[in-house]
Design a protein. Structure first.
Length: 322
């Protein structure tokens, strides 16, 4: 992840930390994530940094551009379908639908948008068309004020010798996150999957869905808190130790944590500055994010890839619309 620059919003939130808990922020180029300091890595980001750029694709004929897009993004669209449709066959259908529509709309691609953003826009619209209300799916997500973790017991954090990643590999945690994502209505599930699993920026998610970035953030914040709530249910809890920190300060810090997640940066306030409940809430938000990222590692099955090539790339098998 990128290292957070200490922007004004960080200073404002740091000022809310009780005086007794303040310690100097970590030095530039370092971050703390509930443990020892580490040098921030620069992992690959295949969606934010497309394998094939818009400039490389713009002006190419469809029979040259679409195969390249399929090579670069078929797995990503399949992963998107798995999380949005919750069914491998429907996910395969979404891949075919996306690239068929991309083929038909190729003449309208002018290179002003990223290929990934353009494809995810097509896929998201196709998913909405394919979406059917499933039994038990809620009609709405509780409001932000109802999802805030105020006064709850804290989750026992991992032992010092166990990494958060190892902890999140527990099957019950993964299943809880899967079920929580699947339970979200489509207008909350889409922003969450695009941001947390497919690694799009908030700005790109807004472009894909035709929303304001502020609306995307609001939906992300509610969805993250719901996912975190479900994730913690199978985990051990205990009463939180008494703290003199005000609830308002904790809520401000939670807002700052969500803002850091929105920006894709590390939270710059060390764990030792936080009360026990904030440490627990932030750690479980990170756990939920780690599980979401792991869910994005999808591979289009070989039989589906062959069927995609057969239908999209061979002119005699292309679907024609009226």
């Amino acid at each position: 992840m990128l290292v957070c620059a200490y922007e004004p919003w960080v200073s404002r939130i740091a000022d809310r930390v009780p005086e007794s808990r303040r310690v100097p922020l970590t030095a530039p180029g370092r971050f703390i994530r509930f443990g020892p300091a580490h040098t921030a890595p620069d992992p690959p980001d295949p969606v934010a940094k497309p394998l094939t750029t818009a400039n490389e694709l713009a002006g190419r004929p469809a029979d040259a551009a679409i195969p390249q897009l399929m090579h670069d993004y078929a797995d990503h669209i399949y992963g998107l379908g798995l999380r949005l449709c919750d069914d491998p066959e429907r996910a395969e259908d979404l891949v075919q639908e996306t690239f068929l529509r991309a083929l038909e709309a190729w003449d309208g691609f002018d290179g002003r948008s990223k290929p990934s953003t353009w494809l995810y826009t097509i896929a998201s619209r196709a998913c909405r068309r394919m979406e059917r209300r499933r039994a038990g799916q809620p009609r709405h997500v509780r409001g932000l004020d109802q999802l805030l973790p105020s006064g709850e017991a804290v989750v026992d954090l991992p032992a010092s010798g166990q990494t958060p990643l190892e902890w999140t590999e527990r099957q019950e945690v993964v299943q809880a996150v899967r079920a929580a994502i699947d339970s979200l209505p489509i207008h909350f599930r889409l922003p969450l999957v695009l941001k947390e699993i497919e690694d799009l920026s908030v700005e790109d998610v807004a472009k894909v869905l035709g929303l304001k970035p502020a609306t995307v953030k609001t939906r992300l914040h509610r969805a993250r808190l719901l996912i975190r709530e479900e994730l913690t249910k199978p985990l051990p809890h205990r009463p939180a130790r008494e703290t003199h920190d005000s609830e308002g300060a904790c809520l401000d810090l939670l807002w700052a944590k969500q803002e850091a997640l929105d920006r894709g940066v590390e939270f710059p306030i060390p764990a030792e500055n936080l009360c026990e409940r904030c440490r627990s809430v932030f750690a479980t938000l990170d756990m939920a994010g780690d599980v979401c990222h792991a869910l994005g590692d999808a591979k289009l099955p070989e039989h589906a890839r062959r069927a995609l090539e057969e239908r999209v790339l061979r002119p005699g098998h292309r679907r024609h619309r009226q």
